[in-house]
Design a protein around this ligand. Structure first.
Ligand SMILES: [Mg+2]
Length: 403
């Protein structure tokens, strides 16, 4: 039955039930037609920077760039997401083409079940994000409203990238505070603990107490590449944690190895500082263990690591039930961050969003430059949830080159 015929047959009863005008007949439901991955052109260079967690590999920071996934439907509505692995496209097409994007739980289950052998496990998150973007656009609602909004904006904290000197980090903190940012995360990667502590000391002295300082030791990394650098042991973690607490630091992130749950739990018991982590932990079960063992007080799952929107929502529900906070890792690509921004908009137990922002070489605006309507951190340090349907952001199509 076509939509017009459906409406003429049942129009009177629909009107009396005050159904919205976009009720879909079964035959009118959207169907997935294709999946493509695009490379986004770059718009310029802003300088070379070395990430604190990956010493020895400085690289040029660029405006724009990266890759995106696009899923198309027979109704002209498309969904976008971070770039999935091009090698996995044919596998995903076999599962998705011809299907209703609203059936995303069923489709997501099939992808999860079979994904390991066929493709990159991060692709699950990419596909789920694109499917939900379609659902939001068909419904005419931004995702955080569709899922149940809890707030319209969230404070963004500036996540530092480079190690730099204590003096330079203090200058950066002052500049960020002047622009309205309410908090920043400092990397703790100096060979000597005293230099890490001096960095936080100088920053705290420069910005005062009405500015939130987070810290990250990145000791639970190695998710794909060898990252030589300072390796902490338990006593360094304990001494650092106690010193940071004295300087009113909000949290210490990843102070020990990813699966040293017992060591982390012991550290958590021995110190008063809040421990955070989880960006490299995969799946809901690892977070269940983290909660059961009292490893972290703040869970930091990432949408492309913790198996997509379904996985992240499950972790958030676990956190809520156990009175933990959930503050996701930055999101694996700008469209991942946007998807998480919508999820954060539904969570009462998420007080911040992580935004990678280390100006002037690596400002957060670099990555978001692929969008026509990029999100912005306002003069009070907040990032608002997008108001347009779906993810609520539009790509600059002139930058898209099919891979
Ligand atoms: Mg981190």
């Amino acid at each position: 039955m076509q939509r017009r015929q459906f409406l003429s047959t049942f129009g009177a009863s629909l009107a009396s039930l005050t159904f919205p005008s976009f009720v879909l007949a079964q035959s009118d439901r959207p169907r997935i037609t294709d999946i493509r991955v695009y490379r986004m052109k770059t718009l310029g260079e802003t300088g070379v920077m070395e990430s604190a967690w990956a010493p020895g590999r400085p690289y040029m920071r660029r405006i724009g760039g990266g890759t995106v996934t696009e899923i198309t439907t027979d109704q002209g509505i498309t969904g976008i997401a971070p770039g999935m692995s091009p090698a996995g496209i044919n596998f995903m097409k076999q599962i998705l083409v011809g299907q209703d994007p609203f059936d995303n739980e069923a489709l997501g289950h099939r992808i999860r079940y079979t994904n390991g052998a066929a493709s990159n496990w991060r692709d699950v998150g990419c596909i789920e994000i694109a499917l939900w973007d379609i659902v939001g656009k068909v419904a005419g609602q931004p995702l955080y409203k569709l899922w149940g909004a809890q707030k319209d904006k969230v404070p963004a904290y500036a996540s530092m990238i480079q190690l730099s000197t204590p003096e330079e980090r203090a200058d950066t903190a002052v500049r960020l505070k002047e622009k309205g940012w309410q908090g920043m995360k400092i990397r703790l990667h100096h060979p000597e603990m005293e230099e890490d502590i001096r960095t936080v000391e100088l920053v705290r002295n420069a910005v005062g107490n009405d500015f939130t300082i987070m810290t990250d030791a990145n000791q639970a990394q190695s998710s794909g590449i060898w990252q030589p650098g300072i390796q902490w042991d338990y006593s360094r973690a304990l001494d650092t944690a106690r010193a940071l607490k004295e300087m009113n630091v909000y949290w210490l992130e990843e102070p020990l190895k990813r699966y040293d749950y017992d060591g982390l739990a012991e550290l958590n018991r021995a110190t008063d500082i809040t421990l955070a982590g989880g960006e490299n932990n995969q799946g809901v079960q690892e977070f269940l263990t983290i909660i059961e063992k009292s490893v972290y007080d703040i869970l930091q799952p990432e949408i492309l690591v913790t198996e997509g929107i379904q996985g992240l929502r499950a972790v958030a529900a676990l956190a809520l039930a156990h009175h933990k906070l959930v503050i996701p890792h930055h999101g694996g690509g700008q469209l991942g961050t946007i998807a998480q921004l919508h999820m954060i908009g539904t969570w009462p137990h998420c007080p911040w969003i992580e935004i990678m922002n280390d100006p002037p070489i690596s400002p957060y605006t670099n990555g978001f430059a692929i969008m026509e309507n990029p999100p912005e951190v306002d003069s009070e340090g907040f990032m608002a949830m997008p108001h347009e349907p779906g993810l609520g952001v539009r790509l600059n199509r002139e930058l898209m080159e099919e891979i």
